[in-house]
Design a protein around this ligand. Sequence first.
Ligand SMILES: [Zn+2]
Ligand SMILES: [Zn+2]
Length: 260
Amino acid sequence: MKFCSLASSSSGNSYYISTDDGISVLVDVGVSAKNIEQLLADIGQTAATLSALLITHEHQDHIKGIGTLARRYHLPVYATEGTWAAIDAKVGNLAETQKVRLPKSSFVLGNLTIDYLATKHDANEPVAYILQDKEQKISLLTDTGVLNSEMIGKLYNSDLIAIEANHDETMLFHGRYSYPLKKRISSDYGHLSNRACGQGLLEMIGAKTRHVVLTHLSRENNLPSLAHQCVKNTLLAGHLTGSIKLWVADALGASANIQI
Ligand SMILES: [Zn+2]
Ligand SMILES: [Zn+2]
């Protein structure tokens, strides 16, 4: 399987995943369709061959380009009932057949099995995704205020874990955001700090895990070097860095382009 981050920050998120048998999806389309077309071209791909768009939740940094991209390439868009209730009026005209409600349990697109789980976030019905082919498993978890045992259990032993390292707690505390916004971000329905991300990874990393990609960094309250160092130190303390490659996704641009 392949993974590549196309955009990853509080200003826009989109992640490309493909199987070796030609199934490919985007998880979230939080930048413009034009941006996505260019970013896919940069890695030798095209939206024309995508199998589906998977949406985590309705916040603008996850849905900005969905409507245009889905219309232009006739792509099905998968989201929860709650997310559809929030985005239906925003995505513009789509055929009803393109608006797919996530089934109750995991489902398949060709040889790709897609599972999802609820995250803790201030959105209608937000989810994270776990994508597997016969041999490999890629997990993507962003926009959650806390990690619980279900998340840790489902992400455990993924070959690649893409997980949010949103903010440094000290930078957030001393930063220029208003008090209510600071409260929102650090709440149980906000975003994961670098520290919480590292602690969670200690329990998620298994013998198969080779790649960890830190995602959705705040441009205001984090730095790539800080996120990397904090998580690396936590993994080192847990004796877990030996065979793990730790990446930090760029805010915009193809990065963490990984063949697993
Ligand atoms: Zn977000
Ligand atoms: Zn969000």
